[in-house]
Design a protein around this ligand. Structure first.
Ligand SMILES: C[S@@+](CC[C@H](N)C(=O)[O-])C[C@H]1O[C@@H](n2cnc3c(N)ncnc32)[C@H](O)[C@@H]1O
Length: 209
């Protein structure tokens, strides 16, 4: 059953385990560096579905040339994010309706958050990224390479249920295009939290000027 609130409750329940197991130096870090190289000094970056603050907010917290903001709907994840990145602004909110102003950011990052949003709302998330970015702004996001929907009633052996709604790279590429983005780079990365050799597609996309 599609139940977005189950995802929020799930992350509240397993935030500590997730934080302990998430590799802050995972494959996406290289894509984050590529994004960072393209940002102007003083850039504003929004991490949408920031979770426990790794890998994005912890890195940007130490970067004097960037101002970062994190949004997540899990209060417990935000609690860990505030420890990982004490200088960034954090807000509780839903990435389908971001609690931030139009055209306020130079970049949006979203590692492994779109994949928890019911598929009928993926386009709303991508449209939100377009709304909050300045013209020419950059979006860096992870999507499953192939489509898959499912749940695990004992994710990370916590006894907590988690749900995923993965639309696949082709669908996400098309949604980015429809929302006014051009994909500038696209890479496959592995996953240290999956049981098998999962691969994720990381998109670096630029909003039209
Ligand atoms: C897999 S974790 C990723 C956290 C971090 N970005 C990372 O790469 O490790 C997914 C995060 O997205 C958040 N999330 C999922 N759906 C969301 C939504 N609709 N609005 C806000 N946050 C959401 C969850 O609470 C969780 O913290």
């Amino acid at each position: 059953m599609v139940d977005k609130d189950a995802v929020r409750r799930g992350y509240d329940g397993l935030a500590e385990t997730y934080a302990a197991q998430r590799d802050p130096d995972g494959g996406e870090w290289r894509m984050l560096e590529r994004l960072r190289e393209r940002l102007p000094s003083g850039a504003q970056v929004l991490d949408a579905g920031c979770g426990q603050g790794d890998p994005v907010l912890r890195r940007l917290d130490d970067d004097p040339a960037v101002e970062a903001t994190g949004v997540d709907f899990s209060r417990q994840q935000l609690r860990f994010a505030s420890e990982a990145a004490p200088n960034v602004a954090l807000a509780q909110g839903d990435i389908t309706s971001l609690p931030v102003a139009d055209s306020a950011f130079d970049a949006v990052t979203a590692f492994h958050s779109l994949i928890h949003v019911p598929e009928t709302q993926h386009r709303a998330v991508v449209d939100e990224f377009a709304r909050v970015l300045r013209p020419g702004g950059l979006a860096l996001l992870t999507e499953g390479t192939a489509d898959w929907q499912g749940a695990n009633s004992d994710w990370l052996e916590t006894g907590v249920e988690m749900q995923w709604y993965i639309a696949g790279a082709d669908a996400t590429r098309e949604q980015l295009r429809a929302a006014g983005f051009t994909v500038r780079d696209e890479r496959l990365v592995g996953d240290e939290l999956a049981d098998e050799e999962a691969s994720w597609t990381v998109f670096l996309a630029q909003l039209e000027d």
